[in-house]
Design a protein around this ligand. Structure first.
Ligand code: UDP
Ligand code: XDX
Length: 348
């Protein structure tokens, strides 16, 4: 593996993923739906997508897209995108890893990034399942200022670990993880699969999120959890995000806050800067759909820890509400234009 040849992220632990990935627990989507940005619908393959997705046209980032009005890609954008999606360059990439006679070999092309704050109990199982995903040869856990053993357990399970010395929120942890992958990538450009730390062994079902991106059919996939434990939230934050996304870009998100997402590197870069904290998913969806990237939802057999009913759970929902509202406000055209003017003035 070539990861160590690049500049290492600070506090990166060792990982030897090559030997620990025998077998796969990935499972296919049991349902998938289709729609066009602003005009929800279904395509024949059943994938719910923000673009037509099968036409092979180029998106603003030089990737295959269903949007006619896509702006021409710049040369460098085009080059980096074509290396990561439809027709992946093979030169210099690792050989496909065979996972036994039952499965075809998959060329390693995806890094898993797990933001984690005080997840010592579940992170070990989540990392182990992530390392077993087909085509995954790197799992980066970003220990976001945990006060438990999250970092130690993650490293022991085979992850590279990046640590924030203080808690900086989910979006910042995702950014640090993506930057660590970029430094380790060298000439490659891995797809980025973001997973929450509390999935445990159900992280193995994330293979279905990678597949449409690997095949060049989507620029970002979002999980729909088939089974959810609904407790005391009454879906307030989900609705805030859902309605906001619909207003901002016309896309109807089924589980707008779902953090299990696979993106091409080009799509991730196009969404910078990420919305703060728990606003990150809402911002990502709006920013990518608005730019013509194809976003697809995939139903997966995954489950995370239910948010619960105690005061901590309600505080969590309050933080989610604040961050989603902020992400939406910053994407209102009038606010966005004002911010752009301020940025321009500051850069003079
Ligand atoms: O400040 C934070 C808060 C959360 N997380 C991580 O972000 C993911 C999603 O958080 P959580 O499970 O609390 O939210 P949910 O999406 O389940 O409501 C988990 O892996 C957390 O450990 C983080 O890295 N920093
Ligand atoms: O399951 C859901 O529909 C809700 C549950 O939240 P509430 O109990 O309504 O606060 O949202 C949670 O589940 C999402 C999975 O789609 C998570 O990713 C969200 O962050 C979480 O709030």
């Amino acid at each position: 593996m070539s990861e160590r040849s690049g500049r290492e992220p600070s506090d990166a632990g060792s990982s030897d993923t090559g030997s620990s990935r025998a077998g796969s627990s990935g499972s296919g989507p049991s349902d998938a739906r289709s729609s066009e940005a602003g005009a929800p619908g279904r395509d024949s393959s059943g994938v719910k997508s923000s673009g037509t997705g099968t036409s092979g046209r180029r998106s603003p980032r030089g990737e295959s897209s269903g949007r006619e009005s896509a702006a021409p890609a710049t040369q460098s954008e085009s080059a980096s995108a074509s290396a990561s999606v439809s027709e992946p360059a093979t030169e210099g990439l690792p050989e496909p890893v065979s996972r036994g006679s039952a499965e075809p070999a998959v060329r390693p092309d995806t890094a898993v990034i797990i933001p984690a704050k005080d997840e010592g109990e579940r992170i070990g199982a989540t990392v182990a399942a992530a390392l077993a995903l087909p085509g995954v040869d790197l799992v980066v856990v970003v220990d976001d200022g945990s006060i438990d053993q999250t970092g130690r357990v993650a490293r022991a399970a085979g992850a590279r670990v990046v640590r924030h010395s203080r808690n900086r929120g989910k979006a910042a942890a995702m950014e640090s993880g993506a930057e660590a992958v970029r430094l380790l990538d060298g000439e490659r450009s891995r797809h980025l699969l973001f997973l929450d730390a509390d999935l445990g062994e159900t992280a193995g079902a994330a293979a279905a999120l990678i597949e449409p991106v690997r095949a060049g059919r989507a620029d970002m996939t979002i999980a729909i959890f088939a089974n959810r434990v609904k407790l005391a939230g009454h879906g307030f934050v989900v609705k805030l995000s859902q309605d906001g996304i619909k207003r901002a870009c016309g896309w109807e998100a089924t589980q707008p806050l779902n953090g299990q997402r696979c993106l091409t590197r080009a799509a991730f870069e196009a969404a910078q800067p990420l919305a703060h904290g728990f606003g990150v998913e809402t911002g990502l969806t709006i920013d990518l759909v608005r730019q013509g990237f194809r976003v697809a939802e995939v139903e997966v057999d995954m489950a995370h820890r239910a948010t619960g009913t105690d005061w901590r759970a309600q505080l969590h929902r309050a933080k989610q509400f604040r961050d989603v509202a902020r992400a939406l406000a910053l994407r209102e055209p009038a606010v966005a234009e004002g911010l752009a003017r301020v940025r321009e003035r500051l850069s003079r």
